[in-house]
Design a protein around this ligand. Structure first.
Ligand SMILES: [Zn+2]
Length: 248
């Protein structure tokens, strides 16, 4: 990142059509819910993709009587509720098993299918190159796998006619995504001011009741947002590494 201290910063406009791709229900609300709420309010059409249904849950709030089969629909409904709060138009579940995700060719093909079908201008996901966050969280392997497959689907698969020719036979023509926004990057270059959307972000996150239990995430998330906004004096922000694709 270049030193922002004496630069004028111009926030990129809300893309018309957005696809946010995540490993688990709730990933979106923890990371980019403010940006999506802001963009939805500005008129963006947003589709959320959950590669798994979060059926491994978290041990802390998952009772012994729970099974993967019972947990998946609960978490899918929580994600639908959260998307409704954010103003996301649609949410798709790909049904891969939580906790065992691989950046396979099969997953890349399925994500390519979704990108060609829905034709987003921007794709949002996490940064798959980040192995560690700080000194107390090792990035979940599902997060890295989902983001790796998502970016490989964006480029080169979605835009190249003869990669996955079976998709062409289904009538899914190549589609070039204009930009990607990576959350959690160590080198962010875009800061979305979410001062007007942080309450919506928190309300959406609270929809993931089976995962939060009694915990109120407000303090932690407000702290993150403040930290991410401080480079440009924003009260609250979400930071991304943005790549604008294609020829200049
Ligand atoms: Zn996750």
């Amino acid at each position: 990142m270049t030193d922002p201290s004496n630069q004028k910063y111009e926030e990129p406009p809300a893309p018309p059509k957005v696809m946010a791709i995540h490993a688990h229900p709730d990933d979106q609300e923890f990371t980019m819910g403010g940006t999506l709420a802001k963009w939805a309010a500005a008129g963006s059409e947003i589709i959320t993709v959950c590669v798994t249904s979060g059926d491994a849950g978290s041990n802390k709030y998952t009772p012994d009587s729970m099974t993967r089969e019972k947990l998946a629909p609960i978490r899918e409904q929580e994600q639908r509720n959260a998307c409704q709060v954010l103003g996301v138009k649609d949410v798709l579940f790909m049904g891969y098993p939580d906790g065992m995700l691989e950046p396979s060719i099969g997953l890349r093909r399925e994500l390519t299918r979704l990108i060609r079908k829905h034709r987003p201008d921007a794709v949002l996901c996490s940064d798959p190159t980040v192995r560690f966050h700080g000194d107390n969280y090792m990035n979940h392997p599902d997060h890295r796998a989902a983001a790796d497959a998502a970016l490989d689907a964006v480029f080169p698969s979605a835009g190249t006619r003869f990669i996955f020719p079976e998709l062409l036979e289904e009538g899914l023509k190549p589609h070039e995504v204009s930009s990607v926004f990576l959350f959690g990057s160590e080198k962010p270059n875009v800061f979305i001011d979410i001062s007007s959307a942080i309450e919506t972000k928190l309300a959406a996150l609270r929809e993931h009741k089976s995962q939060l239990g009694e915990w109120d995430p407000s303090k932690m998330l407000s702290g993150w947002a403040k930290e991410q906004g401080k480079a440009y004096g924003m009260e609250a922000a979400e930071a991304f590494k943005r790549m604008v694709l294609g020829r200049p």
